[in-house]
Design a protein around this ligand. Structure first.
Ligand code: NAD
Length: 282
């Protein structure tokens, strides 16, 4: 039976460190959260981030623009936040209205304030080993693997999902640890090869958003399983991996909820305090 990688406990340790670092700064670190339009998901996500921030001595300010805002108006506000010395980090809540070019908007952010690490140039900096901020979810996955104390050196690591915020940055972060990395995606599934790749994973990371995509019986005996997926099934939150069967074969596994999610929020706050420290010349 696998040992649970309890994200909530790991996040508490990280947050305590963040709280102490925030306290040591001359001014309270501050995060600006930009929401465009009315979206319940974005509102409740921002609310829960605000609650976490408050508990860590971080100021959290929500900037809300109407859904009718033009791309230039959004970029104009980001420009103001970029030069506002009392703002240390900016996050742009998803989703933006469909007509808005998300890439153009995030590109307008000052790299020193992009605490989610979502600017397109960030991936190049990760490859070069010089990223200011690691995208929070990828960062959380690395922290969870570190908490298992399983060495990545020479391990077969299979990532399912190749998004810009999870799979792609993770591939490079894992290569830096000398893991042998395979990245699977929809094309892998459509070619009928997903099961074969998953079966040989010593460390399996899944970030797709499809409940039950990974059958528990595919999981290699003793594998470390990190399930990033969030799906609502019959009113319950579940991951992408069939948990009960996977738990019997894995050595370590993240629960959903309570695995990657809480650590992702902790890493966001960690990046914010790091941004504030850099901006204070520390
Ligand atoms: P995305 O939609 O940007 O990417 C999905 C990826 O899954 C793509 O690479 C796609 O090719 C792949 N995919 C789709 N269907 C597939 C299939 N049948 N077989 C194999 N691969 C398939 O997703 P994202 O933004 O990276 O998010 C992925 C999941 O992770 C979602 O459930 C999201 O809610 C969750 N998520 C959780 C956290 C957290 O903090 N826990 C953070 C970010 C995302």
């Amino acid at each position: 039976m696998a040992i649970l990688l309890e994200g909530r406990l790991i996040a508490e340790r990280i947050k305590e460190d963040v709280r102490l670092k925030a306290l040591s700064l001359k001014t309270r670190p501050s995060l600006a959260s930009l929401i465009v339009g009315d979206n319940q998901g974005a509102d409740s996500y921002a609310k829960s981030q605000a609650k976490t921030a408050e508990g860590l001595g971080i100021e959290y300010q929500i900037y809300k623009l109407p859904s009718s805002s033009s791309e230039d108006e959004i970029i104009g506000l980001i420009g103001e936040l970029n030069v506002n010395k009392s703002v240390n980090g900016i996050i742009i809540q998803n989703p933006l209205p469909e007509r808005i070019d998300y890439k153009r908007v995030i590109f307008s952010m000052d790299p020193e304030k992009d605490i989610e690490g979502v600017r397109p140039g960030n991936i190049a900096e990760i490859i070069a080993g010089r990223a200011k901020f690691i995208p929070c979810t990828a960062y959380a996955v690395m922290e969870l693997i570190a908490a298992s104390k399983v060495s990545l050196y020479g391990k077969e690591v299979v990532i399912v999902g190749h998004s810009a915020i999870v799979g792609k940055p993770l591939a490079f972060l894992l290569l830096d640890k000398f893991a042998t990395v395979t990245v699977c995606h929809i094309g892998t599934s459509q070619a009928g090869k997903l099961e074969d790749h998953v079966r040989r994973a010593e460390v399996l990371i899944v970030a797709v958003g499809k409940a039950g995509l990974i059958k528990g019986e595919w999981v290699k005996e003793g594998a470390v399983v990190i399930d990033v997926g969030i799906n609502r099934v019959n009113g319950k939150i579940v991951g992408d991996v069939e948990f009960p069967a996977a738990e019997r074969k894995a050595s370590f596994i993240t629960p959903v909820p309570g695995g990657v999610g809480p650590v992702t929020v902790a890493m966001l706050m960690c990046n914010l305090v790091e941004a504030a420290r850099l901006q204070h010349g520390l």
